[in-house]
Design a protein around this ligand. Structure first.
Ligand code: NAP
Length: 322
């Protein structure tokens, strides 16, 4: 085990690769957002492969469509027992300019899907974000704490949560943070791509949270879908899910990525701390958005992986395809 300059530890031995969840083989799950990192991780899970899952992409279900058209299109779900909405307008900075679309996809569409679920008496698993909070806390946010988004993306996701709650359907809202996968475009793959051409990087050191590996979030979604299908009254609610383990800054996350990926990198990477003020972005971000995951772990009787162990698995996955 190696100690980082910040005092938390990066495990260098192989971590247990256990993601235990089991899905009723006859549960028919409809998943919106086929091309996103979360839906891809769901599709790669053993549980999804052995179950009856149907994926919908933007072509088969456009969440920014006119509400009437979207209502009509939802008949495509008539055969499913539960819906997982993994789709969202996730371009946090672009949302500041493209407000109407962000609110349509993240605010209005989830409400329309929830109304459909309510009418059919099937449950909805929906994903929301740590960016519903304003970052003033210095303790991990509890699900019942007041939301106060700082940016359009957070406000649009909060609207979606409220619409789902108002619909009367059985729902699990999973708020998560800092989602990454071994492929696609995210902080993790960006850091490793930059490492091909650079040997030092500056990364913000004053925004704190916890990373979530897409496969861990996928497991949480499938577990939520399974449980809410069995008992919608017991499980309906808002929960927080992220990797467990130390709360870190983006700069510390970058260092952890480079430390674990060291055997596969051509050179040692140096990460310099910079304040957010030196990396201005159109959207404001909360300076602290760690989530308290205990109510999810208790209700669903499962433990979120330490982000350091998941990072090791992600690096192994990344290395296989690079
Ligand atoms: N990524 C993060 O760091 C993070 C953090 C907190 C919460 N979350 C939440 O976690 C969930 C999953 O995120 P992710 O990282 O998997 O997102 P992602 O990789 O950006 O994928 C988003 C998905 O939504 C689809 N989508 C966007 N606009 C659409 C529309 N108008 N109609 C239909 N589909 C549309 C995209 O389709 P196209 O490929 O066609 O664009 C894509 O499949 C989201 O609810 C997100 O808000 C993410």
């Amino acid at each position: 085990m190696a100690s980082s300059p910040q005092g938390w530890h990066v495990w260098t031995e192989t971590w247990p690769k256990i993601r235990s969840y089991s899905i009723n083989q006859r549960l028919k799950i409809g998943i919106v957002g086929e091309t996103g990192q979360l839906a891809r991780a769901i599709s790669q899970s053993q549980a999804a492969r052995s179950g009856l899952t149907t994926f919908f992409n933007r072509q088969s279900l456009d969440l920014s469509a006119d509400p009437e058209d979207l209502r009509d299109a939802l008949s495509k779900f008539d055969h499913v027992d539960v819906i997982i909405n993994a789709a969202a307008y996730t371009a946090v900075d672009r949302a500041e300019e493209d407000q109407a679309k962000a609110f349509a996809v993240n605010g209005t569409a989830p409400g329309i899907i929830a109304d459909y679920c309510n009418k059919r008496d099937i449950p909805l698993v929906h994903i929301s974000t740590d960016y519903v909070f304003n970052g003033q806390s210095r303790l991990p946010y509890m699900p019942e704490q007041d939301a106060d988004p700082l940016n359009v993306y957070g406000a649009s996701k909060l609207l979606g949560e409220k619409a789902i709650k108002a619909s009367g359907c059985g729902y699990v809202i999973l708020r998560t943070s800092w989602v990454y996968d071994a492929q696609g475009q995210n902080f993790f793959t960006t850091m490793l791509r930059l490492a091909e051409t650079r040997d030092e990087l500056s990364v913000v050191c004053d925004q704190f949270g916890r990373p979530t590996y897409a496969a861990d979030l996928a497991a949480a979604c499938l577990s939520a879908a399974q449980n809410i299908s069995v008992d919608s009254v017991k499980y309906t609610g808002t929960y927080h899910v992220s990797g467990s383990g130390p709360i870190i800054s983006w700069a510390e996350f970058a260092r952890a990525i480079f430390e674990i990926a060291k055997p596969y990198l051509k050179k040692n990477m140096t990460v310099h701390n910079i304040p957010s003020s030196e990396y201005p972005t159109p959207a404001k971000r909360p300076s602290y958005s760690a989530l308290n995951i205990s109510n999810y772990e208790m209700m669903f009787d499962s433990q979120m992986q330490d982000w350091r162990s998941s990072l090791q698995i992600a690096i192994d996955e990344w290395q296989k395809t690079n």
